[in-house]
Design a protein around this ligand. Structure first.
Ligand code: F6R
Length: 252
């Protein structure tokens, strides 16, 4: 595990974008696993800047998003499909046919999930998976539970997640109660994982992921065993990590 402690959100985002750009430059047809939420927005803005100013070329890139709200069509303003279009896809030269997000309004959930997993396999798996993390330790929408699922599946969002995500909706009642999420399989099989977190409300969960026990109650704690995991946090989080661990791993 490598931990990079960036000064703030902006620096975290720039560092993350640099690593993604490095991946794309070394393998132009990289398969990227992408996340939504507040965390990666700065990183996406930086990637857009690199595309516009430095010619970072996404034309051969394939992407798979982690999740989508169940019941929201792609043109719904709060859908993750809409988020990706707005924050990244329409601003770079990625071929939209190579971008993949679970269909939140599918009539056949099981088939949709199987197709999603098969397609990831067909493309050779994910080269670099970008992750945010919920304050409860979820990655994608793999929520804390007695067991964790390997494949893409329909999940009941926890109250905690519904509450956290209500900030994007007019009211908490509007937040979908379910989502389709990639399971832990494709995430853990990704050749590289890049986890981003900033702000003091994520300090406790990042400390658990870095220094704590591996538990299904903290789904992200499984990342500890990934051989190519990089975590980028800001100083608000970095100061709560155990010093030795940080010194061992700190790059900045
Ligand atoms: C989003 C996703 C979620 C978020 C997490 C953190 O695609 O998979 O796991 O990464 O809920 O969200 P933010 O970044 O909004 O704090």
């Amino acid at each position: 595990m490598k931990i990079i402690i960036a000064k703030d959100y902006e620096e975290m985002s720039k560092e993350a974008a640099l690593l993604i750009a490095e991946e794309i430059r070394s393998k132009p047809n990289s398969v990227l696993g992408l996340a939504t939420g507040s965390t990666p927005i700065g990183c996406y803005q930086e990637l857009v800047r690199m595309y516009k100013e430095k010619g970072l070329d996404f034309s051969a890139v394939t992407s798979f998003n982690l999740d989508e709200y169940f019941g929201l069509p792609a043109d719904h303003e709060q859908s993750y499909a809409y988020f990706m279009q707005k924050n990244l896809f329409t601003q770079i030269n990625i071929d939209i046919k190579n971008t993949h997000i679970p269909n939140g309004v599918t009539k056949n959930v099981e088939e949709e999930c199987q197709k999603y997993d098969s397609l990831i396999e067909e493309k050779g798996g994910i080269d670099l998976q970008l992750l945010g993390v919920g304050v409860n330790g979820h990655i994608g929408f793999n929520e804390p539970d007695e067991e964790l699922k390997i494949g893409t599946h329909l999940v009941d969002l926890t109250e905690n997640t519904i509450k956290a995500n209500s900030r994007f909706f007019h009211s908490i009642e509007e937040v979908p109660k379910k989502a389709i999420t990639m399971g832990l399989g494709p995430i853990m099989k990704a050749k590289k994982i890049l986890l981003l977190a900033s702000g003091k409300n994520k300090a406790e969960i990042i400390a658990k992921i870095v220094n704590g026990k591996c538990s299904t109650k903290v789904p992200a704690s499984i990342l500890q065993v990934h051989p190519q995991l990089t975590i980028i946090v800001d100083e608000e989080i970095g100061q709560h990590l155990k010093v030795n661990n940080v010194l061992d791993n700190c790059l900045l």
